[in-house]
Structures are given as C-alpha cells and as structure tokens.
Write a protein that binds this ligand. Structure first.
Ligand code: TRH
Length: 389
C-alpha cells in the first residue's frame, strides 16, 4: 500500500529505555486514529518498540500497526520523498540528505521539533517559535508539551478517560486483569495496598523495600523487569529475580512483572492504589490514572531534572493542604535525590485517602486543557494554510 502524497513523517531515535518510542508511538497512533492522518513513523530501535508493543516485528523493514506505517530507520533516506509534515520527536537529528530533500520540495514540509515535557514557565515562551535553517529555505518550529497555558499540552487520547472510568468502576474487569498477570485478586475487605514501581536504579530502593516490609499495612509492590531489578535482587540477597517471581519479606510481597503492552500498562496504573513512575510518558499516564504517584525524573547533567521536578511540584501541590503538600514535596525530592524515604513513608501511606482525592482532581483539571495532538494538528494546519497562497 502506497501512502497518499500528503502524509506526515515522524522520526524517533531511541536514546535509551522506552520513553522516546513510548511518547512517539502514542502520538502517531492517535494522529492516525482520531485525525485520519497518514503517518509514516521512523524508529531506529524496533526492540525497544517491541517491549511496549509486542506485535512489532523486529526483522521487518516496514510494517503497519493500527494504520501507522512503521519504517525501521537504519538506512540512508536519500531516496525518500519527505511528507508534507516532518516531526523530529524529542529533538532527534534528521540526516542531512533528508533535510536537503525537504528543502527542494515545493512547498517545503512543515518541520516540527517536538520537545521534551516540562512544567517550567519558559516553555510557553518557546512554544511555537520558528527557527530558520542557517543555509536552506526551511524553518523548524518548536512544539513544547506542557501543563501551562500557552504550551502544546499533553498527549491524551479521546478514549482514555472513559476507558479509565469504566475500568476503575468494574471490580470484575480488574480482577480479570490481575489474574491475567498471575496475581491474586483483590479482596475488598483486606487492608492491603497494591503499588506499581517503575523506576531507574536508585540508592533509595533498599530503604523503600525495608520500610514496606516493616510497615503496618501489607504492601504488594509490582515491579516490571528492568533497571531496578539488580538492586531489588541484591536486597533479597539474590543475583537476579526472574519475571513472574513473587518475593516475600515481612509485610512486603514483591512481584516481578514482564513489561506490559502500553495499553495494559495504563490498566496497571488505573488498578493500583498508587504508582511510582519515571521519565516522561509513564509519569503523564500516572497523572491521568487519577491515583497518587511518586515521580522519578530522568537524570540530567547538572541536576537539571531537579528544576523540572520543582516546577512540577509547584503546580501539583498548589491546591493541596500545606501538610500534605510538604509531605509530597519532601518525599518526591528525597526519592529523586536517592535519599532514604523511609522516615516519610508512614505519613504518606496515612495520607493516601486525601492524596487520592487530590490525584483525581488533578486529572480532572488536566482534561480541561486541549490535548497535544489536537494542538499540533491545529498549529500545523495553520502553517499549511498560510503556505497555500
Ligand atoms: O523508559 P523511560 O525512562 O524513558 C525515557 C527515556 O530514558 C528517554 O531517553 C527520556 O527521554 C525520557 O524517559 C524522558 O520512561 P517513560 O518516559 O516513562 O517511558 C516508558 C514507556 O514505557 C511509556 O510509554 C510507558 C511504557 N511502558 C509499557 O508500555 N509497559 C510497561 O510495563 C512499562 C513499565 C512501561
């Protein structure tokens, strides 16, 4: 099947982990499903993609998923005709020959640099700014995801909130979900918490496991296999813990999960009482899940991620009573600085009922904002129209 002439090219270079492809795939499938845009998605690491979308064929040069044409981005693009829109996701660099091809196309494509998410105030000042190419007749535009007015917003599919509400209101569907993962169903009467833990390696992990094992309330910690496992295994005195294992110590029961398909990961966030998340995409999905969360920001040089953390906390804690705001700030800061959060943990567990109400209010507030894909389509259409005359 050949793409129609008007299509969008989206480029994703996987730096590490799953956030680059997680963010990009989510946007590509939404553009296709909700805006009927012909999307060609270029991905340089299909293995990373397969972790969050098991149907991906790592050996295929091209393939279709949900109507999105996926190309393994390995070879020269010199013979490829650029689409009428070209998006560099998360500031990945386009090859020179492709940029040359963009410059000779008439009219040239709308060129977008889709940046990382930040709650910082400067985002609104940069969003939408043009950046003319130094030599060629091309202009690249900054598109900044964000929480504040004047930013590009957050990727939120039309099905997301209805799907979440339906699932969270259906105890049987949740129990089917738990059974599918090989986990015990939840017993409403039991005072037992279920918390997902998606984190980088961290010196703070041992303290978290210790306090969970010693706390008053039994806790199921659900950990996908990945960067946190070596330290968790070491805490249990093991070299490794395989997928599917359940480890018990004191009041802690730790389950090691496989990486789930992205939509199942949403269900996991919806079904848990609270979630530890990281990076960018799991963090946003945890906010949409309307559950209390603890975020580990992606580490950056010169601790730039701590500024991102502080900016988000200012927004997130604005409507919390001072005691809870202080607790959330201290716990998140401690977690990000890899300090022992055990001294704060019992109060945080105690505060979960209020924090749950706040998490829902925050998710509701986020839904007032126009979603990123809608903003992007509007922004691009305006540019395309201005070029039509
Ligand atoms: O994996 P991350 O840490 O990704 C990153 C990258 O490190 C990247 O270089 C950096 O730019 C970015 O963070 C900020 O965390 P993130 O962003 O949360 O992405 C994880 C993706 O994996 C997200 O789309 C959710 C998905 N996922 C699943 O689909 N199934 C799972 O079981 C889990 C745990 C995650």
């Amino acid at each position: 099947m050949n793409l129609p002439v008007a299509h969008w090219d989206i480029f994703c270079s996987v730096v590490d982990n799953y956030g680059d492809i997680g963010v990009t795939w989510r946007l590509a499938r939404q553009l296709r499903a909700e805006f009927h845009i012909a999307v060609r998605l270029w991905v340089d690491d299909l293995r990373a993609f397969q972790h969050i979308r098991p149907e991906v064929d790592c050996a295929a040069a091209t393939q279709y998923l949900e109507g999105v044409e996926i190309w393994h981005w390995t070879t020269s693009l010199s013979l490829i005709e650029p689409g009428n829109v070209v998006i560099e996701a998360l500031a990945c660099d386009l090859p020179e020959d492709f940029i040359q091809a963009m410059a000779v196309k008439t009219p040239p494509p709308v060129w977008i640099n889709l940046e990382y998410l930040s709650a910082e105030n400067w985002v609104a000042g940069v969003h939408g700014l043009p950046s003319p190419h130094p030599r060629l007749a091309l202009t690249k535009y900054f598109f900044m995801p964000g929480y504040i007015a004047g930013s590009g917003g957050l990727t939120r599919e039309a099905w997301l909130y209805p799907g979440r509400d339906h699932f969270q209101g259906d105890a049987e569907a949740q129990n089917r979900f738990w059974s599918g993962l090989g986990l015990p169903e939840r017993n409403d009467g039991a005072r037992r918490l279920r918390i997902s833990l998606f984190s980088y390696d961290s010196a703070a992990l041992a303290g978290l496991l210790a306090i969970c094992s010693q706390g008053d309330i039994p806790i199921d910690l659900l950990v996908p296999r990945g960067l946190a496992i070596p330290q968790i295994a070491a805490w249990f005195g093991l070299a490794d813990i395989p997928e599917g294992a359940a480890m018990r110590r004191g009041h802690l029961c730790l389950y090691v999960l496989p990486m789930l398909a992205q939509d199942d990961y949403d269900r996991l966030l919806w079904a848990c009482d609270a979630n530890f998340v990281r990076g960018e995409d799991s963090f946003v999905r945890a906010q949409f899940a309307a559950r209390p969360m603890i975020w580990q920001a992606y580490r950056q040089s010169e601790d730039a991620h701590l500024d991102k953390l502080a900016a988000f906390l200012d927004l997130y804690c604005a409507d919390l009573p001072p005691v809870d705001a202080g607790l959330v700030r201290a716990l998140w800061r401690g977690w990000n600085r890899e300090e022992d959060i055990a001294p704060l943990w019992p109060d945080w567990i105690e505060a979960l009922p209020q924090l749950s109400i706040h998490a829902r209010a925050w998710a509701t507030q986020l839904a007032v904002q126009t979603d990123l894909a809608s903003n992007l389509v509007k922004f691009i259409n305006k540019l395309l129209e201005s070029r039509a005359f």
